[in-house]
Design a protein around this ligand. Structure first.
Ligand code: ADP
Ligand code: 5GP
Length: 195
């Protein structure tokens, strides 16, 4: 039987660059799989059903929660998000590293359920840089940008509760640091994180 895969949980404020950094870390890695979440949020241009998210109605989301289909779930700036169990368990068993891009409430639920998970917080170099990136992406209304920035201030306070924090100053550099953290964790998962 193959060694159980690592569960990598990546959190960080909206617009910090989680998707960007993950794309770089996961490129060409057949031993890593992205966990596709369910969400009630509307798709952004270019987002694909079943690739970026499973886009569901609020009724369907509530049904998934009631049926125990989700490993964790949370509300974020007016929408519901959750991790389908089907994205996680079987892959871990077959030795695949499963990557969760989830917000802080979900991450703490996962760490409580699966303490062996590797949790990493991706932080912006500054709040100004975060705002520029969120605006630069051009996907949110002004109201949503403000709510996401307000939420970011609270999320940043939780960075010390993660195993590691990586600053996304330069996306290539941050991706290399994350890949190195993952490799060290896989080689020696019992080693306690750096301070
Ligand atoms: P998230 O998934 O955390 O919400 P994205 O990956 O969508 O964030 O990135 C938000 C925006 O910031 C995108 O336009 C992306 O190209 C840009 N971005 C990501 N990383 C960096 C970086 N290190 N420096 C500058 N811009 C970045
Ligand atoms: P976005 O709407 O920008 O794609 O995501 C908003 C936030 O929801 C991000 O912080 C993202 O990490 C988080 N998120 C995405 N999927 C999930 C999920 O399944 N569970 C939780 N708890 N958060 C999620």
């Amino acid at each position: 039987m193959s060694k159980r895969g690592t569960l990598l949980v990546l959190s960080g404020p909206s617009g910090v660059g989680k998707s960007t950094v993950l794309r770089k870390v996961m490129a060409g890695r057949e031993d890593m799989a992205f966990s596709v979440s369910a969400t009630t949020r509307a798709p952004r241009p270019g987002e694909e059903e079943g690739v970026d998210y499973f886009f569901v109605t609020r009724e369907r989301f509530d049904e998934m929660v009631a049926d125990g289909e989700l490993l964790e779930h949370a509300e974020f700036v007016g929408n519901c998000y959750g991790t389908p169990r089907s994205q996680v368990e079987k892959r871990l068993e077959s030795g695949i590293t499963v990557v969760l891009d989830i917000e802080v409430q979900g991450a703490s639920q996962v760490k409580a359920l699966m303490p062996e998970a590797l949790t990493v917080f991706l932080a912006p170099p500054s709040l100004e840089a975060l705002e520029q990136r969120l605006r630069g992406r051009g996907t949110e209304t002004e109201e949503k940008i403000r709510s996401r920035l307000e939420t970011a201030r609270r999320e940043l306070l939780l960075a010390p509760t993660y195993d590691f924090t990586v600053v996304n100053d330069d996306a290539d550099r941050a991706a290399s640091e994350l890949a190195e953290i993952l490799e060290n964790w896989d080689n020696d998962p019992d080693e306690s994180p750096e301070e």
